[in-house]
Ligand binder design. Structure first.
Ligand SMILES: Nc1ncnc2c1ncn2[C@@H]1O[C@H](COP(=O)(O)OP(=O)(O)OP(=O)(O)O)[C@@H](O)[C@H]1O
Ligand SMILES: [Mg+2]
Length: 405
């Protein structure tokens, strides 16, 4: 399994620092962003006062364990909610371990930390079922241009936000010709592509300026449509933008245009779920075959690309039916969506999603089902996509309590 996490390590001891530095060279962590700093817990507290929080924080502490709770409390004041914390301390005592873990800290380990010890702890933290839910990142792309990949990405984002009540960001990576703004009848103030021109400065506050949307549950990153070239988009900058989105929502749907570049390949490889949309013709089948072979070998057995056949009945007369395509590709599509220009083109021309235009259309169920298959949890309450407020200790690291009768 390849992890895709942002990890900050604040250490005191050289061996722990070396373990942190070696982490990103390990295959399973090659796509993680690891920053190693000295200064331990105290430095972490000052750092997060004006920096965004990563997914996982490892802090080494050489102070008195009797005052650890109040010092962790200070950290909780500045870290964004939902992050995981591993504490590395000098005391090897089960009662200390129990006390610290009971505070909601993910793990307590004894200093110094070896590389193996650090990798094991991160793996345990990443798989902790009681831990905070990670944002799902879904990439949608087409085997060829014009197959309807953007339409499917937009309708999935709509279904997630409006039907499943999930805080969603739709990021349109078709930086020049993207239609996410148009499709939702939104007028982006600034083109999303501009965010990549000075990626070093990019943070949540800046990214919010590119977002548009009149529904707090759904924010859109797109273009107003001005002709502008974005040739040298850096893969790292794209990763950074998506990581920031993931800190702001429960679901990030990225519309990956039909291009093959470092960053598009990176997105399609790294996404929690990659959806390939194809139309029923020979060129689509050839390109799907190549993309599936390439991406599936990189993504591994458990994260195979999902396939949607769109405009599935358009080639009825040529007898290229969905079952022929499944047989040729050796894959069962997760959906086959018929060619229906009335529904799709009328909605697009009205700047509306299918669900807004046709209130009980059966495709709403198809798009909602595609969203729920990603494993994202529907939520009972609506919350804003905008940056979350910093919160106090108990709600930050605390694991959910068992319900009592
Ligand atoms: N099932 C469908 N039936 C009829 N029309 C459809 C269907 N799906 C999409 N369309 C229409 O096909 C056109 C192309 O769709 P879309 O822009 O989503 O494709 P794309 O794969 O994102 O293209 P591009 O390569 O330009 O990014 C749009 O006019 C859209 O409304
Ligand atoms: Mg598109």
């Amino acid at each position: 399994m390849q992890y895709r996490l942002t990890i900050d390590v604040f250490c005191h001891v050289e061996q722990t620092a070396n373990a942190g530095k070696a982490l990103a060279e390990q295959r399973a962590f090659a796509r993680c962003k690891v920053a190693v700093r000295d200064g331990g817990l105290a430095r972490a507290v000052t750092h997060y006062a004006d920096h965004p929080s990563p997914h996982l924080i490892i802090v080494e502490d050489d102070g008195d364990t009797s005052t650890l709770q109040s010092r962790l409390d200070a950290l909780a004041q500045v870290v964004e909610p939902g992050r995981k914390l591993i504490v590395v301390g000098a005391v090897n005592d089960i009662s200390v371990y129990r006390r610290i873990v009971s505070l909601g800290v993910t793990d307590y380990l004894v200093s110094p930390l070896s590389l193996e010890g650090m990798m094991d702890a991160i793996e345990r933290a990443a798989h902790d079922p009681k831990g905070p839910e990670r944002c799902k990142f879904v990439a949608v792309t087409g085997a060829r241009g014009g197959v309807g990949a953007s339409t499917i990405a937009h309708n999935m984002a709509w279904a997630a936000a409006k039907r499943a009540n999930i805080r969603t960001i739709l990021a349109d990576m078709d930086l020049t010709f993207g239609t996410a703004g148009l499709a939702f009848n939104q007028d982006p103030r600034q083109a999303f592509g501009e965010a990549f021109t000075d990626a070093d400065r990019l943070d949540i506050t800046l990214l919010e300026r590119y977002m548009t949307g009149d529904d707090e549950n759904l924010q859109i990153l797109s273009t107003p449509g001005a002709l502008r070239q974005y040739d040298s988009i850096d893969e790292e900058a794209v990763d950074k933008a998506i990581d920031l989105c993931r800190q702001m929502a429960k679901l990030v749907i990225v519309d990956v245009p039909h291009v093959w570049t470092d960053w598009s390949e990176g997105l399609l490889t790294a996404a929690d779920e990659t959806i390939l949309v194809l139309a029923p013709d020979i060129a689509n089948i050839r390109d799907s075959r190549n993309m599936l072979d390439f991406l599936n070998s990189k993504r591994g057995e458990s994260r195979q690309v999902k396939v949607i056949i769109n405009k599935s009945d358009i080639a009825k007369r040529t007898r290229l039916l969905p079952k022929d395509i499944s047989n040729t590709l050796g894959i069962q599509p997760v959906a086959a969506i018929p060619f229906d220009p009335t529904t799709f083109i009328e909605s697009a021309n009205d700047g509306k999603m299918i669900g807004d235009r046709f209130k009980s259309h059966k495709l709403i169920g198809v798009f909602t089902d595609l969203v729920m298959r990603t494993g994202v949890r529907a939520s009972a309450k609506t919350g804003p996509v905008k940056s979350q407020k910093k919160m106090g200790f108990p709600s930050l690291f605390k694991k959910p309590q068992a319900k009592t009768a």
